[in-house]
Design a protein around this ligand. Structure first.
Ligand code: UDP
Ligand code: MG
Length: 317
């Protein structure tokens, strides 16, 4: 028995769900395969998302709702979906497909990915070729963002690779062995290994309705997360700069001694002193901050709290 679980995270997506659900059924019925389940994760939405999902579920036994007790974020929504599948599947063979609820991940593309899985591919990733939603400024910013990120982090985080991907059972089991509290799917997949991945290109349309939930603060958090969770490079950089500062101050000291006692032209300069002090003090603050980021994560990780709270709502007929 083969089955595909589509995990769809939705946070305030009331206007998109009906269209998405119809589109998915249409596309999935075009291709042949045994069974599928639409696992909608309601990530603490404040609009009618949950009610609409419940209404859809009444006449549709393919739908399972995972209702998060509050908004835990997209990464946790995906994790909740994955854990549900890992605990509830009864199939020998299954795959998990992650997609967004705003129709930026087209149902037709999802069907294509499932077909590829049937052809034997175990990990299918997607790449956006042309995102109509984002302007030139965003693209330049994005490029710099990813360059910096990939320089600082030990795992490669590819550009333009959305969370629209299909994982065979094998990968689901592997990913589930990573039980860190701080989660980032792209990074975790890189840890597992992407060599065997099939990459399909697709054109991402504009979000069908509603607004994007990613703002500057979230992108900042994502950047810090992806660097700190997968690498200790920032700490190493701090040490390196510390060495450099130490070495240059010894040189400066030697130079000052030489000027005062041998050349008899003592160096004065309050401003130089002040600026050097400010520079190094702020450097210390910066690196205390970086250190704090790591320690904070240790603090959260050792508490080992549950990642989220939710209830699973099934169609009982
Ligand atoms: N999402 C979520 N929880 C959140 C934020 C977003 O489940 O806290 C879902 C959202 O409903 C959507 C997907 O994650 O289905 C991607 O979010 P969005 O479309 O806002 O991101 P963008 O496409 O703009 O990067
Ligand atoms: Mg979107």
């Amino acid at each position: 028995m083969k089955k595909v679980y589509l995990i769809i995270s939705a946070y305030n997506e009331e206007e998109n769900l009906v269209v998405l659900n119809t589109g998915l059924h249409e596309e999935l019925n075009k291709i042949y395969f045994e069974d599928y389940e639409l696992v909608f994760v309601n990530d603490g939405s404040r609009d009618q998302t949950l009610q609409i999902l419940k209404d859809l579920q009444k006449s549709d036994s393919h739908i399972t709702i995972i209702n998060q007790s509050k908004n835990f974020g997209h990464e946790m929504a995906m994790t909740a979906g994955l854990n549900y599948v890992a605990q509830h599947n009864k199939e020998n063979e299954f795959a998990v497909l992650f997609m967004d609820a705003d129709l930026q991940h087209p149902p037709a593309m999802a069907a294509k990915m499932i077909q590829k899985w049937h052809e034997g591919y175990k990990l299918i990733l997607t790449q956006r070729v042309d995102n109509e939603d984002k302007g030139l400024k965003y693209r330049i910013l994005g490029n710099t963002y990813y360059k910096l990120l990939n320089f600082l982090s030990d795992v490669k985080i590819p550009r333009n690779m959305p969370d629209f991907r299909l994982l065979d059972k094998k990968y689901v089991i592997w990913i589930n062995q990573l039980n860190e509290t701080d989660r980032m799917f792209r990074g975790m997949l890189s840890l597992v290994g992407l060599q065997d991945a099939l990459i399909l290109e697709f054109k991402a349309p504009k979000r069908f309705a509603g607004t994007s939930k990613y703002n500057f603060l979230k992108l900042y958090k994502l950047a810090i997360d992806s660097v700190i969770q997968f690498s200790v490079k920032p700490l190493r950089l701090a040490t390196l700069l510390g060495f450099f500062g130490c070495f240059s101050s010894i040189l400066f000291l030697a130079f000052s001694i030489y000027q005062s006692y041998i050349n008899h032209e003592p160096k004065t300069g309050f401003l130089t002193l002040l600026s050097v002090m400010i520079f190094f003090c702020s450097l210390i603050m910066l690196f205390l901050g970086i250190l704090g980021e790591y320690i904070g994560r240790i603090h959260i990780e050792v508490k080992n709290r549950p990642l989220y709270f939710n209830e699973i709502i099934k169609n009982e007929d």
